[in-house]
Design a protein around this ligand. Structure first.
Ligand code: HEC
Ligand code: HEC
Length: 231
């Protein structure tokens, strides 16, 4: 009998939780539908714009081509559009920490784009150009832009959880007591240890949800160290 009562209270608790969640969502949903959209913006928003202002800085380090939810191509984003609306505009579940939540302006842009039907090209015909892609090469600036900025600096920056380990300049990594970079010797460099798929404490940490480095990215880091790890 005692057990039955416990079961019952668990059930009540669960249903209370569920109903409070859906109420919250409904409220937000109404706000979203009654929102006064800026007509001029509705004609300007495009995939290109949202990709550069929202998906690239706030989503794709966790949602690359290899994951369940790929946010790196228009076709795939379009396929997930209802879910994207749910988890960003309605429930604010995404982006997950350590990434900061979408600010008002980002939310407004994303909501306007979805309201416009999530078009690939701006409905008004004038579109912003695609991002300039820096080629991935065994040079520090390219590595910083293509790898560190996307997958590491969100934690390895002043004020963030891994600020003690700086990836800011080649010299700081070389001077670090952790021997993060040993010029000419990638195999003994801590940087290469921590990104390898077999690392015990892999970087980025598994639980962060950020996708691991691709084999070609690991290769470039090794090459850069082998070549002397210069600026
Ligand atoms: C720090 C990592 C991280 C960031 C940043 C992030 N997500 Fe996620 N997201 C996850 C994880 C983990 C899941 C659950 C596992 C999965 O489905 O891939 C998830 C799930 C999702 C889902 C599926 C939800 C469902 O109910 O199936 C969507 C859609 C999504 N995210 C959209 C976004 C969008 C849009 C952004 C950027 C505004 C974003 N995420 C940023 C980690 C992240
Ligand atoms: C989600 C947060 C997070 C992300 C993202 C992240 N790291 Fe870390 N990293 C940490 C933490 C926390 C530590 C431990 C810091 C300390 O000891 O103060 C650490 C430690 C390290 C260390 C030193 C390991 C040792 O031997 O003690 C290296 C090198 C490193 N990270 C490289 C990277 C690289 C390269 C990336 C990107 C590919 C990355 N990290 C992404 C959180 C992160």
């Amino acid at each position: 009998m005692k057990l039955e009562i416990n079961k019952l209270s668990v059930l009540i608790l669960i249903s209370l939780l569920i109903s409070s969640c859906s109420n919250k969502t409904q409220l937000k949903f109404e706000e979203y539908n009654n929102h006064a959209y800026n007509q001029a913006m509705l004609e300007k928003v495009s995939y290109q714009l949202i990709n550069q202002r929202v998906f690239i800085p706030k989503c794709i380090s966790c949602h690359g081509v290899s994951g369940n939810v790929n946010l790196e191509t228009y076709a795939s984003v379009y396929g997930f559009i209802d879910k994207i609306k749910d988890v960003t505009i309605l429930s604010h579940e995404m982006p997950k920490s350590p990434y900061s939540s979408l600010n008002k302006e980002e939310l407004e842009l994303l909501a306007t784009w979805i309201q416009a039907g999530a078009p690939e090209k701006a409905l008004g015909g004038v579109d912003i150009p695609p991002p300039v892609v820096e080629p991935l090469e065994a040079k520090f600036l390219s590595i910083q832009k293509n790898i560190f900025q996307n997958k590491c600096l969100v934690c390895h920056s002043p004020g963030k959880e891994a600020e003690r380990v700086s990836l800011n300049t080649p010299q700081e990594m070389i001077d670090s007591p952790l021997e993060i970079v040993i010029p000419g010797n990638p195999d003994d460099s801590d940087l290469i240890f921590v990104i390898s798929p077999t690392a015990r404490k892999i970087m980025p940490p598994k639980k962060s949800g950020i996708t691991s480095l691709k084999p070609e990215e690991i290769e470039i880091l090794k090459q850069w160290i082998a070549n002397g790890a210069t600026d």
